[in-house]
Design a binder for this molecule. Structure first.
Ligand code: FE
Length: 499
């Protein structure tokens, strides 16, 4: 079985130091609320709305270190743009687990990615209590601001104050503990709903077999369609893609051994084993199944691991999917310190295009870019549709695995690239493309990204001109503090701040 082999590269001078990179993995315990006044350049007047971001704000509980950043409590950052000014606010999601651990001043829960309660295996054995850490994504949909984590229900927040209002069950359609994944896809014009917007999301119920449930929500935030499918085997599925007719999931080749987890000697994430000789299964589920149509089609492709997709679209009988693929799954190692990771020892995420022929049931793939990359963004009107430009966080060097220090714009038509780098002392997070109001060209807008600046141990919000990407940033907003490396976020044209 062929796999996603990365190209070998000669040893070159590193674009970063590990000590600089580690600075972005310090907890931020404080909650802020201020107008940003330390700005290089100018915030475009037309840029109006709110950037919400989510990510682990704490990497320790009262000095007890977490084993993995994915186990960190969710902290929402909110940057409001109005009249050429910007306001910053951050607040932790007051989950049950966050409140209990802050009160106790110690770790009370086992983390999915290796964090253990103090006291060794005896303290952890047969403890299946789940801590909903609400740390992966944040969206504003149907008049609600929702913090998302794939293992459990969403938390609803006040979009003005970021105060936690409780769990969201969508008018009782979901029940307590039922998951609502962290990677919804927003279709701007849904044919089925009279070209109204539709938010599509899913949940994964893992086990010896896996149940995938798909939810479709209207613009009032109500679940209007729901379908569930049982898939053989254990699944580790974090993201998916949609087209006007399909939801598509990559079932990565992994197995799960529950015994060390049950015995309290390994976290759930440490019991997942990548299977390099097994194929990746591509699950294609019709969104609006017709009478007699097969409920699910499964195609196979080479072994590899995909956390995130970029987009998908249909051309006749073919579906194209752009995804970030790893040669294998980087194993969460027990008793290790994630801050000491050897970047060079693991394979980079690389951008691939998959061509699924639904008629012949074949899959062909093509490497679009071999540079180490993660966290892509596109024009929001093109989700599920044919598109030309994508923006993605990338390593500074062209080859090898390294921290994300740069942003790359790829023209999928001409295959031209534009590159902006924060190296040597800057480290970037997920870029978000925001269209200029009234724009018609696909790349007429801005790319917003948080950049950790190790030289000042603070984070900047960087605004780039998407159509002239390699030029200097239009504006660099210096925050008064750092924000620990985050995961995902979103932009809405709504403003939730008093001027
Ligand atoms: Fe993700």
């Amino acid at each position: 079985m062929q796999s996603f082999k990365s190209q070998e590269s000669p040893v070159t001078k590193k674009s970063y130091t590990r000590a600089d990179w580690q600075g972005g993995y310090q907890s931020l315990t404080q909650e802020f609320d201020y107008w940003i006044d330390d700005i290089e350049g100018q915030i475009p007047k037309e840029l109006e709305g709110t950037l919400f971001r989510n990510g682990p704000g704490l990497l320790d509980v009262n000095g007890q270190p977490l084993h993995h950043p994915f186990d960190g409590d969710g902290m929402i950052s909110k940057i409001t743009f109005i009249n050429g000014r910007a306001h910053f606010r951050n607040r932790f999601v007051r989950t049950t687990g966050y409140l209990a651990e802050q009160k106790a001043g110690k770790i009370l829960y086992r983390g999915t990615f290796g964090t253990e309660k103090p006291g060794g295996w005896l303290a952890n054995i047969f403890d299946f209590k789940l801590k909903n850490i609400a740390n992966t994504n944040v969206i504003y949909w149907g008049g609600k601001l929702l913090a998302l984590w794939e293992g459990a229900e969403a938390h609803r927040l006040d979009p003005y104050t970021l105060e936690t209002l409780g769990n969201e069950y969508f008018n009782g359609v979901l029940s307590a503990g039922e998951a609502f994944a962290a990677h919804p896809r927003l279709e701007k014009n849904c044919n089925q709903d009279g070209d109204e917007p539709c938010l599509v999301n899913f949940s994964i119920k893992p086990g010896l077999s896996t149940t995938i449930t798909i939810f479709e929500l209207n613009s009032a935030g109500e679940i209007v369609r729901q379908q569930a499918h049982k898939i053989p085997g254990f699944s580790f599925i974090h993201d998916f893609v949609i087209t006007p007719n399909y939801c598509i999931f990559f079932q990565n080749p992994v197995t799960f051994n529950p015994i060390p987890f049950a015995l309290g000697i390994r976290a759930a994430g440490e019991c997942i084993k990548f299977q390099p000789n097994q194929p990746t299964q591509i699950l294609i589920i019709p969104r609006f199944p017709q009478e007699g149509q097969e409920k699910i089609k499964i195609l196979e492709t080479q072994s590899g691991f995909v956390f995130h997709h970029v987009n998908a679209f249909e051309v006749g009988e073919e579906v194209m999917i752009d995804s970030i693929c790893y040669q294998d799954l980087l194993k969460v190692q027990p008793k290790s310190d994630f801050r000491q990771v050897d970047f060079e020892a693991s394979s980079p995420g690389q951008l691939w295009r998959f061509y699924l022929n639904l008629k012949d049931q074949t899959v062909r793939r093509e490497l679009i870019d071999g540079r180490c990359c993660e966290f892509a963004s596109i024009h929001p009107a093109n989700v599920g549709r044919s598109y030309r430009y994508l923006y993605i966080a990338a390593a500074h060097a062209e080859t090898g695995n390294a921290p994300l220090q740069a942003l790359l714009k790829i023209d999928l038509q001409s295959r031209e690239r534009q590159f902006w780098s924060a190296a040597p002392r800057g480290f970037v997070g997920e870029p978000i493309f925001v269209p200029r109001p009234g724009s018609e060209k696909e790349d007429d807008g801005w790319v917003l990204a948080l950049v950790y600046d190790a030289a000042h141990h603070r984070s900047d919000l960087v605004i780039l001109d998407a159509s002239d990407f390699s030029a200097c940033a239009i504006a660099r907003l210096h925050l008064k503090h750092h924000i620990p490396y985050g995961l995902h976020g979103s932009f809405t044209s709504e403003v939730f701040e008093e001027i």
